[in-house]
Design a protein around this ligand. Structure first.
Ligand SMILES: Cc1ncc(C[n+]2csc(CCOP(=O)(O)OP(=O)(O)O)c2C)c(N)n1
Length: 553
C-alpha cells in the first residue's frame, strides 16, 4: 500500500503506543498534521513550542514512557530547544519531531529555515535529519530505542516537508525495538561492594534520578533496611524513598538539612546510585565526603569518575545492581551509626525554628500537602518555592515530583503540570510556582482552561525574583538590581482572562479552610498566595563552600 512520509510517521507513532502528541502547526509540518487528522492520536495544541516540550516532559516524567512533541521549522524548532536541553540534563525521553524546509531548499536561507540539526546536536541524546520517506521506517523506531535505552534522553527528528509529502509503497512495517536497559554489573563488582559494605562502620546511600528511572525504589528500600544504611537523595531522586522512612535523611547539598550534610561529611562509605555528583549536591567537591570510599553505580559510563573518582566504578542498571546486592547482603542493625545519626538529627533539626505564621512558605507547603490527595503529582518552577518544596513536601512515591533539576528552567512548572494531568487523568496535580517563573509560560493557562484539567497552581507571590534577591542579600552586599517587580499584576485577573478560576489569599486571615475547599474541587484554579519578600531558603551552602560550611538556621 502507498503512504506519504507524514502518514508513515503517524502510523509509526501509533505502533509505538503514542496516544497524545503536543505541538503547534506551521508551514513546514502541515503534512504531518494532515496525517494526524485521520489518526486516533490526540493532539494537544500548546500555546508556545517551549510549552509543548514541557507538556511532553510532564507526560514522560510522570509515566516513565517516551512522549512526543511537534514543531514547525525555524522559530517553532528554536522555541523547542530549551525544553529539549532541559530533558537532556534530566534524562527525560522525549521525541521532538520538527518540520524542515524542503530538501532542495536546505542551506538557501529559505523562509523559516534554521539549522535545527546543528542547533540541537549539543542538547539532544541523538538527532536525525531524514532524507527520504523510506528512511522514516528505520529512523522512528531507532529514535524511540535511543530515547528509552540506557540513560534516557531527548531525540530530535527533523523531517523536510518534501519527505513528509513523498509517497512510497510500504510492504513491511518495522516492529518497535525493545529498549535496552540490560547493562549489568560483574559478579566480582557485587562481591567487592558487599565486602566494602561489611567493613564499613558509617555507610550512606546517596541516590538520584537514576534510581527513579530504573524503577529501583523497592529494591533500594529493601536493601537499605536490611543493612540499616541511611539514605540521602538529590533533587532528582525525591520520591524514590518514602518521606516517613526512618533511614531517610532528606535532600543533601546546597539546601539540604544541616544534619544531612554533616552525616555525609562523616561517612566512611558512600554508595552513589544513579547520581552524577552535581555541584548543587556536592558543594566544594574536594571536600565532599572526605573520609569516604566511593562506590558509584550509573547506567551512563560517562558519569563514572567524571567529577569524583570511585573506588568501585560500576556501569550498570541500578535496579539490577541492587537486586544482586540484596541477595548477598547480610542483616545488620548498625546501632552505633544509627543512634549517632539520630542524635545529629535532634541537634540540628530542620527547620531550625518552627513558626506558626500560616503564610510562612514552609507552612503553606505543609498545609497544601496535608490537604492534597495522597497520590497527587507535584510540579514546580524554579526558584525559592522549588527549594522549599524540595525541603519539606512529604513525597512518598517515585514520579510524583516533577522539577527542572539540571537546567533549572523557569517556566517548566505550568506546562509540565499539563503533561502530568494528561498522563494521569485521575490524579490531582499541584503546581508550585513563583511570580517570576509563572510569567515565562503563562500562555499555557489557556491550554489548561481548554482542557479543564485538575491542576491547582499555587503561586508564591513575593513581588520578586526571590532566589536572585536572596543571593543579592547574602552574597552581593544587598545590591538589589533587577530582582524586584515594581508592577503588581493581578494574576487572578490574568487567570480569569484565560477562563481559569482564581483565588487571592491576600488579606485572608484563615487561609486553611479556603485552601481546603479549593483543593477538594476538580477544576483548574490559580491560588495567589502573598509571601514575605524577605523569606529566604535556609540553610544554604555559600558559593564555593563545602556542604558542611552551610550557613543560616
Ligand atoms: C529561564 C531562566 N531564566 C533565569 C533563571 C535564573 N533564576 C533562577 S531562580 C530565579 C528567580 C525565580 O523567581 P520566581 O519564579 O518568582 O521564584 P521565587 O524564587 O521568588 O520563589 C531566576 C531569575 C532561570 N533559572 N531560568
Amino acid at each position: 500500500m502507498k503512504y506519504s512520509g507524514a502518514q508513515i510517521t503517524i502510523k509509526l507513532l501509533q505502533m509505538h503506543e503514542i496516544d497524545t502528541v503536543i505541538g503547534i502547526p506551521g508551514g513546514s509540518n502541515l503534512p504531518l498534521y494532515d496525517a494526524l487528522y485521520n489518526s486516533t492520536i490526540r493532539h494537544i495544541l500548546a500555546r508556545h513550542e517551549q510549552g509543548a516540550g514541557f507538556i511532553a516532559q510532564g507526560i514522560a516524567r510522570s509515566s516513565g514512557k517516551a512522549a512526543v512533541c511537534f514543531a514547525t521549522s525555524g522559530p517553532g524548532a528554536t522555541n523547542l530547544l530549551t525544553a529539549i536541553a532541559d530533558a537532556k540534563l534530566d534524562s527525560v525521553p522525549i521525541i521532538a519531531i520538527t518540520g524542515q524546509v524542503p530538501g532542495p531548499m536546505i542551506g538557501t536561507d529559505a523562509f523559516q529555515e534554521v539549522d535545527t540539526i546543528g542547533m540541537s546536536m549539543p542538547v539532544t541524546k541523538h538527532n536525525f535529519l531524514v532524507r527520504s520517506a523510506q528512511e522514516l521506517l528505520s529512523v522512528i523506531p531507532e529514535a524511540f530505542r535511543i530515547a528509552c535505552s540506557g540513560r534516557r534522553g531527548p531525540v530530535l527528528i527533523d523531517i523536510p516537508k518534501d519527505v513528509q509529502q513523498q509517497i512510497i509503497e510500504v510492504d513491511f512495517w518495522p516492529t518497535p525495538v525493545p529498549c535496552n536497559l540490560n547493562i549489568f554489573a560483574h559478579d566480582s563488582q557485587i562481591e567487592e561492594t558487599v565486602s566494602l559494605i561489611n567493613s564499613s562502620k558509617r555507610p550512606v546511600l546517596y541516590i538520584g534520578g537514576g534510581v527513579i528511572n530504573s524503577d529501583a525504589s523497592g529494591n533500594l528500600l529493601a536493601f537499605a533496611q536490611k543493612n540499616s544504611i541511611p539514605i540521602t537523595s538529590t533533587l532528582m531522586g525525591l520520591g524514590a524513598v518514602p518521606n516517613n522512612e526512618p533511614l531517610y535523611l532528606g535532600m543533601l547539598g546546597m539546601h539540604g538539612a544541616r544534619f544531612t550534610n554533616k552525616i555525609l561529611h562523616e561517612c566512611d562509605l558512600l554508595l552513589a546510585l544513579g547520581v552524577r555528583f552535581d555541584d548543587r549536591a556536592t558543594g566544594k567537591v574536594s571536600h565532599f565526603c572526605p573520609q569516604a570510599k566511593i562506590i558509584h553505580v550509573d547506567i551512563d559510563k560517562a558519569e563514572i569518575n567524571k567529577i569524583k573518582s570511585a573506588d568501585i566504578a560500576v556501569t550498570a542498571d541500578v535496579n539490577h545492581f541492587l537486586s544482586k546486592l540484596l541477595e548477598r547482603i547480610q542483616d545488620d542493625s548498625r546501632d552505633e551509626w544509627i543512634s549517632y545519626i539520630n542524635s545529629l538529627k535532634k541537634m540540628f533539626p530542620f527547620p531550625a525554628k518552627e513558626n506558626d505564621n500560616p503564610y510562612c512558605p514552609l507552612n503553606i507547603i505543609r498545609t497544601i500537602s496535608a490537604l492534597a490527595q495522597s497520590d497527587s503529582i507535584v510540579t514546580t518552577d524554579v526558584g525559592q518555592h522549588q527549594m522549599w518544596v524540595a525541603q519539606i513536601y512529604p513525597f512518598n512515591r517515585p514520579r510524583t515530583f516533577l522539577t527542572s533539576g539540571g537546567l533549572g528552567t523557569m517556566g517548566f512548572g505550568l506546562p509540565a503540570s499539563i503533561g502530568a494531568a494528561l498522563a494521569n487523568p485521575d490524579k490531582q496535580i499541584i503546581c508550585f510556582t513563583g511570580d517570576g517563573s509563572v510569567l515565562m509560560n503563562i500562555q499555557e493557562l489557556d491550554t489548561i482552561a481548554e482542557l479543564n484539567l485538575n491542576i491547582k497552581i499555587i503561586l508564591f507571590n513575593n513581588g520578586h525574583l526571590g532566589l536572585v534577591r536572596q543571593q543579592q542579600e547574602l552574597f552581593y552586599n544587598k545590591n538589589y538590581i533587577a530582582s524586584r517587580f515594581y508592577s503588581k499584576p493581578s494574576f487572578c485577573a490574568i487567570a480569569n482572562g484565560f477562563g481559569v478560576k482564581a483565588i487571592d489569599l491576600s488579606g485572608e486571615t484563615k487561609p486553611v479552610p479556603v485552601l481546603s475547599s479549593v483543593l477538594s474541587e476538580n477544576d483548574p484554579c490559580l491560588i495567589n498566595i502573598p509571601i514575605q519578600e524577605t523569606s529566604n531558603v535556609l540553610p544554604i551552602v555559600p558559593p564555593g563552600a563545602a556542604n558542611h560550611e552551610m550557613i543560616g538556621e
